[in-house]
Design a protein around this ligand. Structure first.
Ligand SMILES: [Zn+2]
Length: 421
């Protein structure tokens, strides 16, 4: 496929030949060259429509304190994909969630290679795979939403509905991993990385119940349904911010995503607050707490960037292409996911090393076994519910934005004409 750069070089060559030809050269040959030049320039223009200022695009797609680098919402799929390699105000947003897919995949695969590990397709790893699905969909949907949102106003709305949906599905993927690997009744001895612990051979288990009965009931019965319900509420609220409550949309979206974090993290809070019943002298039964604190730190940092709109607020126009708050928001959210992954895999490692120590024998001897229905099934059901909500909001968005499409088409032609001449 001919790249844009090659097209520009060829156009320049034709221009040089045309100049050399002048009026005295063979008319037929020069006419052909001119036609060829016009065709190449037209293709260039088609591939690379000029970037626009915030005053040249519909108010709907402008971002606070971002003054330039906008793509008009009428790009083709190819133009959107090509724009990933062109400095626009969405390029950084795309790469800051696309490249992390590979980093996440690298660390995710680690547990399968550990000594004492079970095969990757063993039911033990089902919750880890559902967590992977949640994170993978979040990163891919987010990066593609930023890349493809300039196809039309309707597509832009759909892109961000899908973005919110995948964030919500990710929170349920986390809950499923917590449900099976971060059991509130677990008491996992601290281990050095990669080492065996003798307590596996000489377990000293208490017969006391691992958790308060009321919390056990919540954890065993209501924890996952609550996570799913909160995720659905999140999608409904965030999709609504694109059609109403627009003034406070960033605050609402940030606060709305605090809810699933609080619900999903309940077993972790329990583990942090209560000492393990079968680890005498311990103050906390959660040796991977450090990762959790970093996970929280990066989440708070991402929220600060998302709400404050710093640094572009301090110098409007200076961070239009690189370094604006949404890119830092993406970086911080990915770092929080990475810390969460380390926390989960740390607990997985402890379970693999100490299969009988994670819960005392008087209560459930082992962590509840994951099944395809309780992991993939839950995720599938949730995704189907979220897809229905997105379909409904997309239908509404089509009714609102499609009538404007014809008018925008005329506007973009006029703006392009002005920018190119
Ligand atoms: Zn984003």
């Amino acid at each position: 496929m001919t790249t844009t750069k090659e097209l520009i070089i060829r156009a320049n060559r034709v221009e040089r030949v045309r100049t050399l030809c002048g009026d005295s050269s063979e008319p037929a040959r020069c006419q052909t060259l001119r036609r060829y030049q016009r065709m190449i320039l037209w293709k260039c223009r088609e591939l690379l429509p000029p970037l626009l200022k915030h005053t040249d695009v519909p108010a709907r797609i402008t971002e606070s304190f971002i003054l330039s680098g906008y793509r008009f919402p009428n790009y083709s799929v190819v133009q959107c994909l090509v724009s990933a390699f062109r400095p626009t105000n969405e390029t950084g947003n795309f790469w800051t969630h696309f490249l992390p897919v590979f980093v996440f995949g690298f660390y995710f695969a680690e547990p399968f290679g550990w000594e004492n590990s079970v095969p990757a397709n063993d039911p033990f790893f089902y919750p880890l795979w559902t967590y992977f699905i949640g994170v993978f969909c979040l990163l891919m949907a987010s990066s593609m939403a930023h890349l493809l949102n300039s196809m039309s106003l309707v597509v832009r709305e759909v892109c961000f509905f899908v973005d919110y949906g995948t964030i919500s599905a990710y929170t349920v993927g986390s809950s499923l991993a917590y449900r099976y690997y971060i059991h509130p009744g677990a008491g996992i001895p601290e281990t050095s990385a990669g080492g065996h612990n003798d307590s596996r051979e000489q377990p000293s288990l208490s017969s006391s119940l691992p958790t308060a009965p009321e919390f056990s009931v919540f954890f065993e019965t209501f924890y996952i349904p609550s996570s799913c319900l909160v995720a659905v509420i999140c999608v409904l609220a965030c999709c609504n911010t694109r059609q109403r409550w627009r003034t406070y949309r960033y605050v609402i979206r940030t606060l709305v995503f605090l809810m699933p974090f609080l619900v999903a993290s309940t077993p972790i809070f329990y583990r942090l607050l209560y000492a393990s019943p079968h680890l005498p002298g311990s103050t906390s039964s959660f040796p991977t707490a450090g990762f959790f604190y970093w996970h929280c730190f990066w989440l708070v940092a991402s929220a600060v960037f998302n709400i404050s709109k710093v640094p572009e607020r301090l110098s409007p126009g200076r961070f239009d292409i690189w370094g604006h708050s949404h890119q830092w928001f993406h970086v911080c959210t990915f770092l929080s996911i990475l810390e969460e992954l380390h926390m989960i895999t740390g607990e997985v490692r402890a379970i693999l090393l100490h299969p009988t120590l994670v819960v005392p024998p008087a209560s459930p001897r082992h962590l509840p076994s994951p099944s395809a229905a309780s992991t993939y099934g839950v995720m599938l059901l949730l995704q189907a519910s979220i897809a229905s909500i997105i379909a409904w909001f997309s239908y509404c968005a089509k009714g609102i934005h499609q009538p404007q499409a014809g008018q925008q088409g005329k506007e973009v032609l006029a703006i392009r004409h002005l920018k190119c001449h």
